[in-house]
Every structure is written in structure tokens, then in C-alpha cells.
Design a protein around this ligand. Structure first.
Ligand code: HEM
Length: 498
């Protein structure tokens, strides 16, 4: 019997043996809750609590295409799944739904779940081989060097809006800073920065141009890797190529792509959410300026309350097992509920109690796959916010807090805008860079390609800023990928189909 043949009253019902079926009906009595769509995406925290009340630590849910999976809600159950690879593997090829051909080729879960030759999708010795290459490379960046890059790009971004007295902190600051810094760490030519910011943003939005944007990212990386083979430098691309783990060309490219995207999306969210908290929560700002809370503490509070990845897909059961009182079958998929685990009443009976200095949240995962870039993500966010608040000390939200809007997704949600105002500062116009920061000259085009309308409601004291500057042309896209090279997407589908 096919999946569709189980359809009941228009909604597909999972086949026997899958988590959804075994749950014996969901909270509504006639089906399980879907992890995608308006209900889950409008209020993820409320959605998780509803599931927790009904199912406890581990809940059966439906993914896009009504594919069944388990959502791990408990703090301790999440740690068990993260730290026990012998029972919960990272290898998505084990997924029963893949093996039985029930995942549609255009399923929106594929870009993050389909197996790729990176450390994220392997366990054991192979994981150690690949991960060591990444961690050895990332560990070579010191915090002081990172801060120089962050200072330079933060100052350039602030200079572009500094004399207008108003800014959208999401589209004019948070969405640019991580990628600009990452391109430097990778050793990519500076002119790629702004175009890569656009491409990465487009890619995760899943728009119709997402495939082309992904190709731009991959082709930019491929061209830089080719150049670095002849002209090695002090950068992650060179270190991955030369690492004794002996990564293949494909492995180098796939790791670079996933590092770039993982670092970008998460760090944007961390910066946006921390700035939102600073601007909207007077207690938070008072603690920060009064010295009871440091900026690193503030970041950890955000990593508890609004982790950049709300959930991490995933783990796959290596055999029949049990977690949080649920019978898990071999090949079932588990989604790690990072946000739900961080809010588990068993570890946080009162969500309003501040957690200054407590780093035991799940935002970076745990166990063998724990995020190896967390210090870099923290350093970009911390230094960037510090510089922004130092340069613009009277920064204030310019709309009512209840006007703020998030764009929903099943893995993460993003603030769409954070409009703010401040006293205009003409002196913040771009200066030539000082000091020994690599890549000498300041860019001749703005870092932020196209201005977006900033304030959703009129500002009380409109600033007489300059007229909007037309968007400068983006750097030319790289030449079309030669025909014999398969696109990333088709290569991924081919791998999936075996
Ligand atoms: C605030 C920023 C960040 C957050 C919240 C974050 C979060 C995470 C999480 C939750 C995981 C998955 C852990 C698991 O599967 O158990 C992960 C993995 C990973 N992250 Fe991050 N990350 C951040 C920044 C970065 C940065 C800046 C880099 C690179 C420079 C990076 C590189 C990676 C890599 C390579 C992995 C895969 C590790 C493995 O599977 O062994 N991340 N991250």
C-alpha cells in the first residue's frame, strides 16, 4: 500500500510502522501536527509546548509532504540523541522514507537532509577525518585577528547609514556582517562579498532563483579553490586543501559551502535577535549598561531564548530503540528541538529568570557534531554589536515593538526588519582602513547593494538624510558553469538516488 493510499479525509495518514502511525492519533484525535505551515510557524514556542503537553519529551510530527518524524522536545532527550551516535546516527541515507522512495525530488527538506560528503553527515572515523580538517582550519583564527576584520566591516557598514540617523539593523547591518567576515576568513576576493550576501539570503528564502543563487555560491568557491591551489594563503580554503586528512576536491567544496551557509544564517539571527533584545527589553539594556551583564552574557541569554537554529535535522535511529518513552524504529528520523529543549520546564521552571553566564544551552548542539564555529560566530556577533552600540550610543527602536515581524521557517525564523534611529553622525563616513588588516583598500562601492525602506512607521523626528542612492551594479556573476560539470543540485539528487 502506498503512502497516498493511506489518505484519510484529504490528509495523508502515515503507513503502519512509522512514528506517526504508532502515536495512535495526534492532539486533534485524527492526525498529527505538521511542523510546517501557518500554525507551527506563527508561534513555534506555543506549538512546541502543545506537543510537550500531549506527548512529553519526544513527539511524533509530520514534515513537509507529511513525512513522519520525531521531534525531540526534552533537554535531556536532546542531549542523549546528540551524544549517542551509536544509537542516533547523522547518516541520512538510513532514513526509511528515503529508502522507500517517499521523499519527493522537490521536497523542501532535501537541501538540508539529503546526504552530502561533509562532516555533518557521517559518524565515527570518517567524521573524525573530515571534522579535524575543519576544526584545525577554524582554530587557526585568533580572536584579535577576527576582531580586526569585524571592526573594519562594521565601521564600513555603519558609515553607509551613519549620517542619515536611521537604519534597518537587519538589512543594513546584521545580514551583511557575517558573510563579509567569512569571505575574508575563507580567503575569497573582496568583490565577492556583497554579491554572496545577496545569493546566500536568496538561497535560504527558497525563492525561484534559489538554484541560480546556489550555483553562484558554489562557482565562486570553485574558482577561489582553483586559484588557491596555485597561490596558497593564510586562509581556510588553503588549509582545507593542504590538510593531512587529504580531502578530495568535492569534499573541500562541500565543506566550504556548508561552512559559509551555516555560519551566515546563524550569525545573522544571533546579531538580529540580540539587537532586538537590547532595543526592546529595558531590563536587558539596563543590565548591560549597568555592568551586571556583559555582552557575551547577553548573547548566551539570546542563545537560550531564541537559538538561531530552532531545530536541527537530524539524527537517524541505527536500530529499534527508546527515547523519552517513545518506541523509535530503525531508520526513523529525529529532529533535535533546540529551542524546545532550551525551554524545557525540567531545566528552566521559570523562563523569566536570567541566565547570565550559563552556557549549557543547546544552541550549538553537543557531542561529536557540536558546532566547531561557535567561537567565530560569537566573536562576529559580539564585536559587531559592541562596535555598533559604541558608535551609535543613542540607538533606539523607531517602531512599536509589536510591529516587528518574523519570517517563519521550520528550522529557524528571522526578523524581517529592525528599524532604528539615532543622532546622525557625518564623521562616520568611510575612512581608509588603518592597521595591518589584509586586503588593503576600502571598497569603492557600498557594501549594502540596494537600500530598502527603513521605518515602517514615520519617525517622530525625521532625519534629513541624503536621497537614496541607486543600487550599484553587482559584481558580474561568474561565467556559466561548463556543461560537463553537474550543478550542485543535480549532483545531490544523483547521490540521493544512489
Ligand atoms: C551563532 C552562530 C552559530 C550557531 C548557533 C551554530 C549552530 C550549530 C549547530 C546547532 C550545529 C549542529 C550540531 C549537531 O548536529 O549536533 C552546527 C554545526 C556546525 N557548524 Fe555551527 N553554528 C554557528 C556558527 C557557525 C560558524 C561561524 C561556523 C564556521 C565558521 C559553523 C560551522 C559549523 C559546522 C562545520 C558544523 C558541522 C559540524 C559537524 O557535523 O561535525 N557554525 N552549528
Amino acid at each position: 500500500m502506498t503512502y497516498q493510499e493511506h489518505a484519510h479525509q484529504g490528509a495523508p495518514v502515515p503507513p503502519p510502522g512509522c512514528p506517526a502511525h504508532r502515536a495512535g492519533g495526534g492532539p486533534q484525535g485524527d492526525g498529527l501536527l505538521r511542523l510546517f505551515g501557518p500554525e507551527a510557524e506563527a508561534d513555534p514556542a506555543g506549538f512546541y509546548e502543545k506537543l510537550r503537553a500531549e506527548h512529553g519529551e519526544v513527539a511524533p510530527i509530520l514534515l513537509h509532504g507529511d513525512l513522519p518524524a520525531w521531534l525531540v522536545l526534552g533537554y535531556s532527550a536532546n542531549l542523549t540523541a546528540m551524544r549517542t551516535p551509536s544509537r542516533f546516527s547523522r547518516d541520512s541515507r538510513r532514513w526509511t522514507e528515503f529508502q522507500q522512495g517517499r521523499v519527493a525530488p522537490d521536497s523542501p527538506v532535501l537541501p538540508v537532509i539529503a546526504w552530502q560528503p561533509t562532516c555533518s553527515f557521517v559518524d565515527g572515523e570518517e567524521h573524525r577525518r573530515l571534522r579535524t580538517a575543519v576544526t584545525d582550519g577554524l582554530n587557526r583564527f585568533d580572536r584579535r585577528g577576527m576582531r580586526r576584520y569585524v571592526t573594519r566591516f562594521s565601521d564600513q557598514l555603519i558609515a553607509e547609514f551613519g549620517d542619515s540617523g536611521r537604519v534597518d539593523l537587519v538589512s543594513q547591518f546584521a545580514e551583511h556582517l557575517p558573510m563579509l567576515v567569512m569571505t575574508q576568513l575563507l580567503g575569497m576576493p573582496e568583490e565577492y562579498g556583497p554579491r554572496l550576501v545577496e545569493a546566500a539570503r536568496d538561497l535560504v528564502k527558497g525563492t525561484e532563483t534559489a538554484v541560480a543563487s546556489n550555483e553562484y555560491v558554489v562557482e565562486s568557491l570553485r574558482r577561489t579553490v582553483e586559484r588557491k591551489r596555485n597561490e596558497p594563503g593564510q586562509d581556510l580554503i588553503t588549509w582545507l586543501i593542504e590538510h593531512p586528512s587529504g580531502l578530495s576536491q568535492d569534499e573541500v567544496l562541500e565543506h566550504l559551502r556548508s561552512v559559509l551557509l551555516a555560519a551566515n544564517e546563524t550569525t545573522i539571527n544571533l546579531i538580529s535577535e540580540t539587537l532586538k533584545m537590547v532595543l526592546t527589553d529595558s531590563r536587558f539594556r539596563a543590565h548591560l549598561s549597568g555592568g551586571q551583564m556583559t555582552l557575551p552574557d547577553a548573547l548566551d541569554q539570546v542563545l537560550w531564548d531564541s537559538p538561531p537554529f530552532m531545530l536541527v535535522p537530524g539524527r537517524w535511529a541505527t536500530g529499534d530503540t527508546e527515547l523519552g518513552g517513545q518506541a523509535i524504529k530503525a531508520g526513523d528520523m529525529l529532529l533535535l528541538g533546540v529551542a524546545a529543549g532550551n525551554a524545557d520546564p525540567a531545566v528552566r521552571p521559570d523562563l523569566d529568570t536570567p541566565l547570565f553566564g550559563n552556557r549549557s544551552h543547546l544552541a550549538f548542539g553537543s557531542g561529536p557534531h557540536e558546532c566547531p564555529g561557535q567561537e567565530i560566530g560569537r566573536a562576529i556577533a559580539e564585536s559587531g554589536i559592541d562596535i555598533l552600540l559604541t558608535r551609535l550610543p543613542d540607538l533606539q527602536l523607531s517602531v512599536e515593538e509589536d510591529r516587528l515581524v518574523w519570517r517563519g521557517g521550520w528550522m529557524s525564523r528571522h526578523l524581517t526588519e529592525l528599524p532604528a534611529r539615532f543622532t546622525p553622525r557625518a564623521a562616520l563616513r568611510p575612512q581608509p582602513p588603518a592597521g595591518p588588516v589584509p586586503s588593503s583598500a576600502a571598497p569603492s562601492t557600498p557594501l549594502v547593494p540596494g537600500p530598502r525602506p527603513v521605518a515602517a512607521t514615520p519617525l517622530r523626528t525625521p532625519a534629513a538624510g541624503p536621497a537614496p542612492v541607486p543600487a550599484p551594479p553587482l559584481p558580474p556573476a561568474p561565467p556559466v558553469v561548463p556543461q560537463q560539470r553537474r550543478g550542485w543540485w543535480s549532483a545531490l539528487l544523483a547521490r540521493l538516488r544512489g
